[in-house]
Design a protein around this ligand. Structure first.
Ligand SMILES: [Zn+2]
Ligand SMILES: [Zn+2]
Length: 152
């Protein structure tokens, strides 16, 4: 019986080896599958965070532009300040820096007094309008002035 038992043992051993190899392969496949799932999750998370970052960027851009809209003189495109570019509120409702108001005012042919022409609505404002105010200056736009004080 010994000669027949030997090959059978050998075959059993081979089967056992194949089985363990299959199991190892199966385990590896599971590990790979888990890794793949993990990678997918990470990818999804990154996409979500990317979208959130994009939203933040848009919001920041909007804020930045709103800032420029408020703190810049529309005439010279420079930021208002507390010295020579104090924001001055014109009677048309628009605001211009003090420097532009005085330096860009002109005396037109049939006019007696210098006139500042509002860049935004084209209203002609006689400089004499504010003669009784502090040194002929239109009132300060306090909303913008406070904003400049606070953030610049
Ligand atoms: Zn200006
Ligand atoms: Zn105006």
């Amino acid at each position: 019986m010994a000669p027949t038992k030997k090959p059978q043992n050998k075959r059993n051993a081979r089967i056992a080896k194949k089985k363990s190899q299959l199991k190892a392969a199966h385990d590896n496949k599971k590990v790979l599958k888990d890794l793949l799932k993990e990678a997918e999750d990470l990818e999804n998370q990154c996409a979500k965070e990317g979208a959130e970052l994009q939203e933040m960027k848009v919001a920041l851009d909007r804020l930045y532009n709103a800032d420029a809209e408020i703190n810049e003189c529309k005439s010279c495109r420079l930021e208002f300040n507390k010295e020579d570019r104090i924001p001055r509120l014109l009677k048309c409702g628009h605001t211009v820096c003090e420097n532009c108001y005085f330096t860009k005012a002109k005396t037109y042919k049939r006019e007696q007094y210098p006139i500042y022409k509002c860049l935004e609505c084209k209203e002609k404002i006689k400089l004499i309008t504010y003669q009784e105010n502090n040194d002929g200056k239109p009132p300060k736009n306090y909303t913008i002035a406070t904003y400049i004080d606070k953030y610049f």
